[in-house]
Unconditional design. Structure first.
Length: 556
């Protein structure tokens, strides 16, 4: 560790050579002018600016009415910098009309996925056709990862039907390489997926969570429900794909011990919960117990959901689990989990030694959450006060009934408070929320939110007040490790407080947040120390940095 220490004078040179940007300076050359213009900040903490920002995305279920469980699952979205200009772009997933599934007549123009390029002036431009990423697919979720380490993020789409791997060509276009890569699956209904390097060989592997064997002709159900629920159908096993490093993948599920017999996967996340250097997998299953796949040194996986206390809710029940995210919400250096569901949700505090305790009730989250059906949930420090808050989208399960989204503020004493109605007019709106991605779209230091609503317009929430506190954003680039640095463990110390986080792939439900790592610093104008343990095992220390900057760090 001592040999990797970078002292202040040398640090300034190295960080600047790596391409750091200070404050709110532009991330790239002057942006193209847009016909739209974003409004000035209002009195709200979060301001809804979808239309003004040029984000005209409308999710579709591919039908006139919500009539089956596939349509109800919705879509996700991702923040990514697909053209590497320093501005965070957006990819959004939609359903589409399907013969034999949709009951309405086929429309003249099919709905599909969309890619929006961030112009750097607060607005976006739709680049779907030029990039070749629109479909036709019935897409649920998107996972971004640089699987070939060429520096450009690629897209994996989890679909109803064959999945798709889109290789980023580096020129603003993508190529469908699914067949050669061997990652399409076998016509399953895939929901969540996550990129991670399970064997630390520097190439990103892929875990795909599969849902159920849908039969559009099955119609035995309780009439007020609208259509049959998930337990009316057989489960589909999940897949683990190993990246061979040559553009192809191998399905190693059975060989690695992934025995998914009865799980109906929804959200999937990956993080090294026990800090042993090997990234683990959590699968949020619908109506059945959740999986915590412990990575045994890249050689096999063992399900430790039950023994860890994360398989069931605090009531000992298998819930309608939707999504998972990881963060150290209580500053003990251990990664905790938040799992959203249709009732009380679960905040699993990591006690160490592979054991968790559900603090949903004790944290004051459960009673407020139970009023709604929770879908995408992510830890985020929305006010840059230095601790992890929680954002949660809500919406009815089987009907197009809207519900208000929620934001829980971390009170710093192990409890959270629902502050949604204090943050702006948007949080009074009732929408059928599904996926959501979180990131700093305007590089001003605070976190903005893009939300997919079922069969409805998307919502973009600009954060107008979070940067009243100080902040730091880290962009990691692996060399020996995978280029995205996914799996890197980072500690940031400032103002007497140490935050622990890990670079992740997918976050929440069907979605992926800003690929850069964000840290709120409250009133600290300086960062005392940044400690990084890369997936390769290399360690790196940077000291005495100014706050309020985006720092690019390359693995030594």
């Amino acid at each position: 560790m001592q040999n990797n220490r970078i002292y202040p004078v040398l640090l300034i040179v190295l960080v600047c050579l790596a391409g750091c940007r200070f404050g709110n300076k532009p991330a790239s050359k002057p942006a193209k002018q847009s016909e739209t213009s974003v409004p000035a900040a209002s009195d709200d903490f979060f301001q809804e600016i979808s239309r003004e920002a040029g984000l005209n995305f409308i999710h579709s279920i591919g039908d006139d009415d919500l009539s089956n469980i596939i349509q109800s699952d919705g879509g996700g979205a991702a923040f990514l910098d697909y053209d590497r200009d320093g501005n965070i772009d957006i990819y959004a997933c939609s359903g589409t009309w399907l013969e034999g599934v949709s009951k309405s007549e086929k429309p003249s123009e099919l709905p599909g996925n969309h890619l929006y390029r961030n112009l750097g002036n607060g607005t976006y431009e739709d680049m779907t056709k030029k990039a070749g990423v629109g479909g036709p697919w019935y897409s649920m979720g998107v996972a971004c990862g640089d699987f070939n380490n060429d520096g450009y993020p690629d897209l994996y789409l989890s679909n109803y039907g064959p999945n798709v791997l889109l290789k980023n060509n580096g020129n603003g276009t993508f190529s469908d390489i699914t067949k050669r890569a061997n990652v399409s699956g076998d016509n399953e209904c895939s929901i969540g997926a996550t990129w991670f390097d399970y064997d630390n060989d520097s190439f990103l592997d892929l875990y795909v969570g599969n849902f159920l064997k849908f039969d559009p002709d099955y119609n035995y159900y309780y009439a007020p429900d609208g259509f049959p629920g998930p337990m009316a159908y057989d489960a589909e096993p999940d897949f683990l794909y190993h990246n061979n490093g040559d553009g192809t993948f191998e399905n190693v599920s059975a060989a690695m011990g992934i025995a998914d017999i009865d799980g109906r996967a929804m959200g999937v996340g990956s993080a090294d919960y026990d800090a042993d250097g090997w990234v683990d997998i959590y699968v949020a299953n619908d109506h059945t117990h959740n999986y915590l796949w412990h990575n045994v040194e890249g050689k096999r996986f063992e399900d430790r959901g039950v023994m860890s206390g994360t398989a069931f809710s605090q009531a000992g029940e298998a819930t309608v689990s939707m999504s998972v995210d990881f963060a150290d919400y209580n500053f003990d250096g251990l990664l905790d989990l938040f799992v959203s569901d249709d009732t009380y949700c679960s905040l699993y505090e990591n006690l160490g030694n592979g054991v968790f305790s559900d603090k949903g009730i004790a944290s004051n989250i459960s009673m407020a959450a139970a009023q709604f059906v929770g879908w995408s949930s992510s830890f985020m420090d929305y006010d840059n006060d230095g601790d992890a808050d929680i954002f949660k989208t809500n919406g009815a399960l089987k009907h197009l009934y809207g519900q208000e989204d929620q934001l829980f503020q971390n009170e710093g004493d192990g409890t959270f408070r629902d502050v949604s109605l204090e943050l702006g007019e948007y949080f009074q709106r009732e929408l059928v929320g599904r996926g959501a991605c979180i990131g700093d779209y305007d590089n001003d230091g605070d976190l903005d939110i893009f939300i997919i609503n079922l069969n409805d317009k998307a919502v973009f929430l600009r954060n107008d007040k979070g940067n009243n506190n100080n902040w730091l954003i880290l962009k990691l680039t692996g060399t020996t490790s995978n280029r995205d640095g996914i799996g890197a463990r980072v500690k940031v110390t400032a103002g007497g407080k140490t935050q622990t986080a890990q670079k992740k792939s997918t976050t929440g439900y069907l979605s992926q947040n800003d690929p850069r790592m964000h840290f709120g610093l409250a009133q600290s104008g300086k960062v005392d120390k940044i400690e990084i343990i890369w997936p390769s095992g290399k360690s790196q220390i940077l000291e005495n940095l100014d706050s309020n900057q985006i720092v690019e760090i390359k693995e030594p």
